[in-house]
Ligand binder design. Sequence first.
Ligand code: GLN
Length: 549
Amino acid sequence: MEKKSSQLISTKYIFVTGGVASSLGKGIISASLAKLLQARGYSVTIQKLDPYINIDPGTLNPYEHGECFVTNDGAETDLDLGHYERFLNIPTSQANNVTTGRIYQTVIDRERRGDFLGATVQVIPHITDEIKRRIKLLGQTNKYEFVITEIGGTVGDIESLPYIEAVRQMRWEMGTDCLVVHLTLVPYLAAAGELKTKPTQHSVKTLLEQGVQPDIIVCRTEKHLSEGMRNKIALFCNVNPTAVIESIDADSIYEVPLLMLDEKLDVEVLEKVKMPKDRLPDLQRWEEFLERLKNPTGEITIGLIGKYVELKDAYKSINEAIVHAGAANRCKVKVRSIHSESVTDENIDILHGLDGLLVAPGFGHRGIEGKITAIKYARENNVPFLGICLGMQCAVIEFGRNVLHLKGAHSTEMNPDTPHPVIDLMEDQKEVSNKGGTMRLGSYPCKVQKGTKVFDAYQLENVEERHRHRFEFNNKYLAKYTDAGLLPVGMNIKNNLVEIVELKGHPWFVGIQFHPEYKSTVAEPHPLFVDFIKAARVYSEAMLSVIES
Ligand code: GLN
């Protein structure tokens, strides 16, 4: 929720740091706290500060850092921004994700321009000032009562030091307008049969050595914290027992806001920053979503075909969009990850029993033939299919080769010398030699043709969707494809680019050049995912009745 008014909003800054170990779920805790504040009617945004030197995660291999999340304004960002959007249903932007690389680049550019008037440029104050400026930028938009800033990494890392120092300074300067939530781990030692608070004590000590006393300690744990445990953590870490919040393992990340509500995380925050807490959180829609998620009336299995399937986070937004769409259909969706390199004509059996095939986005040659083989199977066997970005391009290649008999049809990304470049760069992109400059990133309009399955899903003619790719459908082949039944049902009118293809006569076969997964949220599951899951359910029920009869 954004607030626009002529009155100046006084913004409260909440920092979320992490200790003991990485991957404790700072992003989910930040998003859950934001959700609770939003549910009480406050305007909230969340920002992620990443301590690595890359300018953005756009160049990072998904194996390194999971999925790269793309915002409306075309920023390539950390996947935690996806959680923020899915929880809050508000778009983020470049300002919501800052890396050390970007901070240093700004400071060094200013040094070259002579902005520092001959001073020695140092981590303190120049780097820390730039960090503080980036944090306050969101507050200065006058749209938010709360800016929650998640500090990536773990307290004690060398890379995190300037960020913690910036937090220390802001605390000192802003008093109760600032608050620090520290997320730690309380491990359970099976041999001793006990939860252990020592790692939490140590990580708070590390924070204290850097001049920051956390106000609230959120403890990740497998078992409930006893009253005694809470008192012990409170005593050793200088906080009230009510400021020790248990974050017990949950079946679904979407349960965490409710767990935090039970633990009164929002109340503790509001009291500390002296904000009214009389409006109670309205989480009705959230609870309805959870109710649908937990009480499915059917079950299907979707095959996710990609080349980064070993890593859970590589297709984060796709997996979450499937969860949203499953809940919308009251259908439990199992996702079977299939490595694209493992799909061949000889072992096509691995696709048997799947109720829908989703072919994932990607870059480069590896696994491409497996994707094409899987799409041929979906097309010929009437299995519902959703192809995203490279998945759509593979659908075009498959149709070109096997239906239009364009021998050797390919994308020029994979084979620059293909006789049939059905997927190619646009003319003006070919002149740019630096690959980074040619990516189509961020939100673009798409006109959806009425009377199609895609229109049935959207119920809208004009949509905006996010892109992250270089190559496009080659319009030289458009007439051939249309005549044979792979229809361009979504177009970017301005640039005459094919955005969506749909196969005539197939129960549900859709390829999309953009990434719908980035826009799917709990409040608004993406219509294309919703209808894909719906079609897969219909297929599954039809298959069951064939088996039964
Ligand atoms: N590699 C393809 C392109 O650049 C597809 C990109 C993607 O799937 N995101 O066009």
